[in-house]
Design a protein around this ligand. Sequence first.
Ligand code: FES
Length: 122
Amino acid sequence: MDHFRNPRNMGEMKDADAVGEHGNPVCGDLMYIYIKVKEKDGEEILDDISFQTFGCAAAIATSSMITELAKGKKLDEAIKITRDDVADSLDGLPPIKLHCSNLAADALRDAIKKYREQKKKL
Ligand code: FES
């Protein structure tokens, strides 16, 4: 409830390095994840992250939590965060709301994938 009432890292990031997008086929809701990456000692670190969602309360809470879980992590670690990690960190979600946590996890993976594709083109 706290992550729904006081969501962390919410809002558009104007100078993002990449924007991930994911739509939920179950309910039609949409999620954007913005990331900023910095290189440190040869590693790609998720320096900043924010989200924007047109989803339900569970989508807001899971997005807020995933931004907290991912911030400061290496991209290789952040890309492995699953919806179960997010649900566990929130002390579980009702089964009917589990699909909502896919939005943030999949949008984060999409953002990292897009960041890496852009980097390859440079
Ligand atoms: Fe659509 Fe939760 S019902 S994201």
